[in-house]
Write a protein that binds this ligand. Structure first.
Ligand SMILES: NC(=O)C1=CN([C@@H]2O[C@H](COP(=O)(O)OP(=O)(O)OC[C@H]3O[C@@H](n4cnc5c(N)ncnc54)[C@H](O)[C@@H]3O)[C@@H](O)[C@H]2O)C=CC1
Ligand SMILES: Nc1nc(=O)c2c([nH]1)NC[C@@H]1CN(c3ccc(C(=O)N[C@@H](CCC(=O)O)C(=O)O)cc3)CN21
Length: 317
């Protein structure tokens, strides 16, 4: 079922969802299941599965370093299918512009259609680890809006390189990313909002936000989005702080601000066990206020050990 239909069916109740990353290549899937199992108590209507960019690796070959390219966490669509099968839950694969040609994207979307996957999160993707800026892949999309158009075309039966629409059209519900504190490359929040509007105009059905730690940023973003005519659901993304290092990492990687109260609370912790507890409590406070404001879904960036998201959900759902 589509994410937007789950929201309609909930009739104003806030839903619980979360996002996971595929295992590192060569690891088995059991650890992932062990992390997901407890969270199923809260009946998530959908689970997002991320796609990682390919990376350069250097392999020693007769004394020289050979540069190869590899995707460290493959398996997004396979994991979506296996979670759907195991838990009878809807899954949302993240489909990226970066690292894929339009043809490869089409084949992946066809797989999703045959697997009964009804939702796609359409993202541009980050720059590769060694690059400062995102470089479009040859034969791929430069921006998420153009990926959204490709998916929307499939929804009307238009496949690549075919002049006439085919009888078997897809019917994907399309999610896109939104940035309450603007995307790192955008010159201003207003121009970033215009880019978001382009994605919605191209066919996006809902938005999931980047993590934020001050709810006012989210509320202002939703207002500003409405003002420019974005009328699709805007789902808040929540990340519980887990280790002291996040104080440096999260603002650096995601270009988001941390409230001083949160920084002080983390700084005052003796160890990372205490930091994890502070992260849980902060996320609970955020979630309570967002739920009271009637957000459609609370979407958690779980990304590994899920005990903290479990504690948060236990209080909220
Ligand atoms: N759930 C997830 O996995 C999420 C992932 N991300 C990541 O964030 C990154 C950005 O992805 P998206 O937001 O999908 O990208 P996007 O294509 O919507 O935007 C990327 C940047 O390009 C700008 N832009 C968009 N269209 C443009 C145009 N026509 N001309 C000039 N500039 C334009 C935007 O303002 C923004 O700064 C990706 O790395 C994505 O993986 C972000 C949020 C959620
Ligand atoms: N720019 C961007 N890229 C993404 O892939 C992405 C977003 N934003 N925002 C929404 C979700 C949330 N994602 C993530 C990814 C990693 C962590 C994280 O905490 N990672 C490390 C620290 C960062 C690092 O080392 O690069 C951690 O300690 O767990 C959190 C959320 C993935 N998604």
């Amino acid at each position: 079922m589509k994410v937007t239909d789950h929201i309609k069916k909930a009739n104003g109740e806030t839903l619980f969802s979360f996002e996971i990353v595929p295992p590192v290549k060569g690891k088995n899937i059991q650890q992932l299941y062990d992390n997901i199992d407890p969270l199923m108590e809260f009946n998530p209507p959908f689970i997002d599965v991320t796609t990682s960019r390919e990376e350069y690796v250097y392999i020693k070959k007769s004394g020289l370093l050979d540069k190869q390219i590899t995707r460290m966490r493959p398996g997004t669509v396979g994991i979506c299918a296996s979670l759907k099968h195991k838990y009878n839950v809807d899954t949302v694969p993240h489909v990226l512009c970066g690292g894929f040609t339009k043809e490869e994207t089409e084949y992946m979307l066809v797989d999703c259609q045959y697997l009964g996957i009804d939702n796609i999160m359409a993202l541009r993707g980050d720059a590769m680890r060694e690059e400062q800026y995102f470089t479009p892949t040859k034969g791929g999309h430069p921006y998420a809006a153009s990926l959204v158009s490709q998916i929307q075309n499939l929804n009307t039966g238009k496949y690549l390189h075919d002049d006439t629409p085919m009888e078997n059209n897809a019917n994907f519900c399309i999610g896109v990313a939104g940035y309450p504190e603007k995307h790192l490359e955008a010159p201003s929040l207003q121009s970033d909002l215009k880019r978001l509007k382009e994605k919605v105009d191209a066919g996006a059905d809902y938005v999931v936000t980047q993590m934020f730690f001050d709810n006012q940023k989210y509320f202002q973003f939703v207002e500003a989005a409405k003002e420019i005519g974005i009328n699709v659901p805007i789902i808040p993304g929540i990340k519980p702080i887990a280790v002291k290092r996040h104080l440096q990492l999260l603002p650096q990687v995601f270009k988001i601000d941390l409230p001083q109260d949160l920084i002080d609370a983390v700084d005052g912790c003796e160890n990372n066990k205490a930091v994890r507890q502070v992260g849980i409590e902060w996320a609970i406070q955020q979630s309570k206020e967002l739920k009271e404001a009637g957000v459609p879904v609370l979407h958690y960036y779980s990304m590994g050990k899920s005990d903290n998201v479990y504690s948060i959900a236990k209080t909220l759902f």
